[in-house]
Design a protein. Sequence first.
Length: 290
Amino acid sequence: MKKTALTIGKFNGFHLGHQMLLKDIAEVAEREGMTPRILKLVTSDSGIFDSAEIAQFLENEFPSIKDIEYITFTPEFAKMSPEEFVSRILVDEMNVGYVSVGVDFRFGKDRAGDVKTLRELGEKYGFRLNVIDKLRIDENIVSSSLIREKLADGDMKSAEKYLGRPYSIMGKVESGKKLGRSLGYPTVNIALDETKILPRYGVYSSVVRIFDGKEWHNYSGITNIGMRPSIDDGDKATVETFIYDFNDDIYGFDVIIVPEVFIRDERHFTGLEELTQQIAKDIEMAASLA
């Protein structure tokens, strides 16, 4: 059985810092005949990308990494000592031969283990450890929390810079209330993973990618992300997109929405006429940004 070249972490964004770890295990695995694997620690934190988006990202950017193991912080898992975590999970279950982690990696009960502990356990159990320092861009440490701040501000360009790729929302097209169609602006509505972090609520100029079963096609549009205060009284956010010069039936299709430029915040309108007028203004503004 092949040894594993493993990286471990929460990986809430798979940002450029995380990608240094992925590149490391992919290169070591190829050079030494190991299997590259990711051990993703699942917490209650929301993620910048959901599991389907992560799978597609790996397929596109790190095709040799086909195995991602999810471990949830159950009470039993939280009680593991650092050595028990290494012996049971890394050695017995994952047959680890090489581990790559960030400099601030902590593990085991009460986060008692650090990279020094892991190096010592590696010597005991027969695997090598590589510790990668934090990545800095423009004097900022690249982190999921920094990217979440940029998304909360609607600063999509900065989020993209630290992610290494545009922020996107992936899902299947589902049937909505068809209000947009009645207003003359039919929209594409997608089912959301409730664990996914959304950017600042409001209206964005966007790129829309549609998968027809064979290949992806790119379109331009305008996307509203949020609670739709003039229409809904629910407690769940929605993502709906009007695609320019497009009126095909794509219910059930996979789509990717890429919000590119923030245009305005959500607001409450007094009636559908005012809402329709604002949509026209939003489309004009988005077109000027294209």
